[in-house]
Design a protein around this ligand. Structure first.
Ligand code: FAD
Length: 475
């Protein structure tokens, strides 16, 4: 997508290297993948990319590649997102303080910044950036907005990570990554897509013909489950995990596991999970029933499948929803189209064979939906991302952190700032302002706003509403 160093070439190089490395001893391979390293809670989102990155360099563990030793911070990589992989220790520390009631009353050391905004948006993810965008479109010239974001950088779930591998800059998404281009006026998102001047066509770099018909999914995760019957999709079986000579199996699911080095019993379990049509609950309120148990319980206790299936499922789910099968309900798994629920559907099972992936209408920017966050930010604060307002510059430009929070901006963003209290100045009907209290660099501040948008997703916002005297937001 971005010329010679586009993702296709990067993946191709990485894949080539992976394949050759796979012939080496299992121990060496496991080391390359960092299997000998303790895994921190933030590793899983980046594990795929780092696994690839790790094979391209000689040090044995990904964490060594980037010289980060703090077990909490995990991989940090390089660039503007290096300190913002998942939640940071400071985000969690302040979040726990809210939970523990530290801000149920205004702390006496809270400093009044003296600022007053027309709107304060809490949360710098897609929702918060979107709220600020529509505020900017509708506002009077003098009106000002402040976005408070508790992480070191904007984007929320739509952030990227960047890695330098042999001088090559690899970019991968932390979370949200796939999108479809809204096709016609009236379709959700069509106008916004046009207003942000996002391209409607993308030119992908071409794969070297020596790879024959090998194709790549344009998203970062389609092959993991939803589009896994494809000739270009290979599954690697290592000696460490499967006790077999390390080997690749092409089109594992399309060939119904025929070449998989599994026992017949395990194969049968996987096929039951993926293609079985048995209905495990007869009543109509099956959705509610699915919501009473974890997906792990449903697979192992209701369907009676072996834990190998759960082990396969967990990283797929982690990439899709951020949690494993022991933490999400069977109903959530049903909602994100995980297998095991065909008995509840009247549609005949349809397994498309993906021969030509170029026909897909979905796309991913190299860093996933961070592309949208960056386009929104560039529109809100033009100097926030270096370069022109072009596709390439908006995606590749460095973030100018100084430009985010300047008094002359009509839209400001304050990063590393957790809102901890939101309250009317007096009774709501008599209030002209809301007080917003936030913590930045361990100091408590407060400022005023005529209106507030709570766009922090579900993270601290529920606690904030519970602990603050906010009754309504207005603008
Ligand atoms: C693993 C995963 C994969 C996904 N894949 C896709 C996909 O492929 N395509 C797609 O379209 N969608 C996808 N989604 C959904 C998409 O990520 C979300 O719908 C979207 O990013 C949500 O944006 P948001 O702004 O509402 O919340 P968030 O992105 O969570 O942003 C909220 C921000 O507010 C901050 N915040 C919270 N509380 C406070 C506070 N008190 N003070 C200051 N800041 C605060 C948060 O830290 C965060 O940065 C995926 C989601 C996940 C979890």
């Amino acid at each position: 997508m971005i010329g010679k160093t586009g993702p296709t070439e990067l993946i191709r190089d990485a894949n080539e290297h992976l394949m050759s490395k796979a012939q080496e001893s299992t121990k060496h391979h496991d080391c390359l993948l960092g299997m000998d390293q303790p895994i921190t809670r933030r590793d899983f989102l980046n594990a795929g990319l780092l696994g690839v990155g790790a094979t391209l360099l000689h040090p044995s563990a990904p964490i060594q590649l980037i010289g980060k030793e703090d077990p909490w911070d995990g991989y940090g990589a390089v660039g503007d997102y290096a300190n913002s992989s998942g939640n940071t220790q400071e985000v969690i520390r302040v979040g726990h303080e809210i939970r523990n009631g530290r801000y149920d009353h205004l702390p006496p050391n809270a400093l009044d910044t003296g600022e007053s905004f027309d709107l304060v948006v809490i949360g710098g993810g897609m929702s918060g950036l979107g709220a600020a965008y529509y505020f900017k479109k509708a506002k009077k010239p003098s009106w000002k907005c402040l976005i408070l974001e508790n992480h070191p950088i904007f984007g929320g779930e739509s952030k990227r990570n960047e890695f330098l591998v042999n001088g090559q800059r690899l970019i991968g998404p932390q979370g949200a990554n796939e999108f479809d281009i809204p096709a016609k006026p009236g379709e959700q998102g069509y106008e916004l897509y046009a207003e942000l001047a996002l391209p409607r066509e993308f030119e992908y770099s071409r794969l070297d013909p020596k790879f024959g018909k090998l194709q790549f999914d344009r998203t970062n995760y389609g092959f993991q489950l939803w589009v896994d019957e494809a000739g270009s999709f290979g599954t690697f079986f290592s000696q460490g995990s499967h006790g077999v000579k390390p080997q690749w199996v092409r089109d594992l699911w399309g060939k119904r596991l025929k070449e998989a080095p599994f026992s017949e019993r395990i194969k049968q379990d996987f096929l039951t999970w993926k293609y079985g049509r048995k209905r495990y609950y007869d009543r109509e309120d099956f959705e509610h029933w699915l919501d009473t148990m974890t997906y792990k319980h449903y697979l192992e206790k209701v369907m009676g499948l072996s834990f190998e299936v759960t082990r396969y499922v967990d990283p797929v789910l982690a990439a899709a929803v951020g949690l494993g099968s022991d933490a999400i309900s069977a109903y959530t798994a049903f909602q994100v189209a995980m297998p095991g629920f065909q008995g509840f559907s009247t549609d005949p099972y349809y397994a498309p064979k993906w021969e030509d992936l170029s026909l897909f209408t979905w796309h991913s920017f190299p860093g996933g939906n961070d592309g949208f966050a960056r386009f929104l930010l560039k529109t809100l604060i033009p100097g926030a991302i270096e370069g022109a307002a072009t596709f390439a510059d908006t995606l590749n430009g460095r973030v100018n952190f100084k430009a985010l929070d300047q008094p002359e901006n009509d839209i400001c963003m304050r990063v590393g700032a957790t809102a901890v209290r939101v309250e009317h100045e007096r009774l709501p009907e008599k209030s002209e302002h809301v007080w917003i209290t936030y913590v930045k660099d361990r100091q408590v501040y407060r400022l005023k706003a005529r209106g507030v948008v709570m766009a922090g997703c579900r993270k601290t916002i529920a606690m904030l509403i519970a602990s603050s005297s906010i009754l309504q937001c207005w603008w």
